[in-house]
Design a protein around this ligand. Structure first.
Ligand SMILES: NC(=O)c1ccc[n+]([C@@H]2O[C@H](COP(=O)([O-])OP(=O)(O)OC[C@H]3O[C@@H](n4cnc5c(N)ncnc54)[C@H](O)[C@@H]3O)[C@@H](O)[C@H]2O)c1
Length: 339
């Protein structure tokens, strides 16, 4: 089985590649990634020497490069993780989100139509459903919840989802989509809540929390997400959307306090900063469909997952210190000032 994994030098894509090469030693995995600020080749160091792994530095928006890769590799499947993924950056500059997340998805699917494919899988997000009110804990996103996006990021992901479903209906492309809640774990870029707080706390820097920190996210350990995608591409029904989430809703401020506690750092490091524009209040996934159809259940409890994640950041300081000492510094100062 030949699988092109796009965006594999990023957070979830790299974890997915590790999962697949370990579980299916006879599969060939080709990572297609153009290495934006969020992609790191060093992340893929553990598999670079694996003869069943190939890294190709190209953009999913480059039609010629994508077609060439299909001609060379004859993939059976494509799993598309490649995306601009940070909501705050999409508020600053939506254009690159539209190009990569929408046009790039179309280019990949055009290649799948042209050369044939057994499965095209789109890695999407629960953010396409918009948000839920804090005072209605009885409400959850199902696959039938209408799309109702808030940010340029979620709008671009929702647009891509609609295109994927249209390519299935119009051209009969064998597609599937997963919409997952917030992930955490190793190799998470330090601009996102959990790794940002771990990195800042370890450096005794202020911990910038949006608004009052009341926003609720449904956190899932990254390996559980990777197992869900593995199940969907092998056993999930074509043309279907599967929600993936662990019923693990937590307020941002509580996450930050847990990180302080685990690291023995004072909560006085917490600094409340101006809220994100259009900030969604609550995400909560109903994962009944993937559980009933494919038997998927999350395996890592948050209490264990956050300990493993913190330990990973302690053991891999060089990985994230290199990132935060580079160009990222300018972005950080723009967002949070000289904190
Ligand atoms: N992180 C989450 O909590 C989460 C939750 C649900 C869904 N998702 C989705 O999962 C996918 C992966 O998210 P992530 O957090 O790993 O993102 P990430 O930002 O860590 O990684 C994205 C990767 O895509 C690559 N990339 C960007 N533009 C590209 C292009 N034009 N061509 C080729 N490669 C390109 C980057 O270099 C990077 O390696 C995204 O599609 C995201 O929308 C993420």
């Amino acid at each position: 089985m030949n699988i092109i994994v796009t965006g594999g030098a990023g957070f979830i894509g790299s974890n997915f590649i590790f999962h697949m090469l370990k579980k299916y030693p006879d599969y060939r995995i080709i990572c297609l990634d153009c290495l934006t600020y969020a992609g790191n080749l060093s992340t893929l160091a553990p598999v670079m020497d694996n003869p069943n792994f190939r890294f190709v530095k190209e953009s999913i928006t480059d039609r010629e490069a994508v077609y060439k890769l299909f001609e060379e590799e004859h993939p059976d499947m494509v799993v598309n993780f490649a995306a601009e993924s940070h909501v705050d950056r999409s508020i600053e500059n939506p254009e690159v989100f539209l190009n990569t997340n929408i046009i790039g998805t179309a280019v990949l699917m055009d290649a799948c139509r042209k050369y044939g494919i057994k499965r095209y899988h789109q890695v999407s997000t629960d953010e396409v459903y918009g948000d839920l009110p804090l005072d209605r804990p009885d409400l959850f996103f199902t696959e039938e919840t209408p799309i109702h996006t808030s940010s340029p990021y979620s709008s671009s992901k929702a647009s891509a989802d609609l295109l994927v479903l249209a390519y299935h209906r119009t051209y009969g492309l064998p597609v599937s989509i997963s919409r997952c809640s917030n992930n955490y774990g190793p190799y998470h870029f330090p601009e996102k809540l959990i790794p940002l707080m771990i990195a800042n706390a370890l450096n005794d820097k202020p911990l910038p929390v949006y608004g009052k920190g009341e926003n609720v996210r449904d956190w899932l350990y990254v390996e559980d997400h990777c197992r869900a995608i593995d199940l969907i591409i092998h056993k999930g029904r074509v043309g279907e959307v599967y929600n993936v989430g662990g019923h693990n809703e937590m307020k941002n401020i509580d996450i930050v306090k847990i990180i302080c506690k685990e690291l023995g750092k004072p909560e006085s490091l917490i600094t409340y900063v101006t809220d994100r524009k259009g900030h969604d209040m609550r995400y909560a996934i109903d994962p009944t469909k993937i559980h009933n159809e494919l038997g998927w259940l999350p395996e890592t409890k948050f209490a264990d997952g956050i300990k493993k994640t913190i330990q990973w950041y302690l053991d891999n300081k060089e990985w994230w210190e290199t990132i935060i000492s580079g160009e990222y510094q300018n972005y950080y100062e723009k967002m949070y000032g000289n904190r």
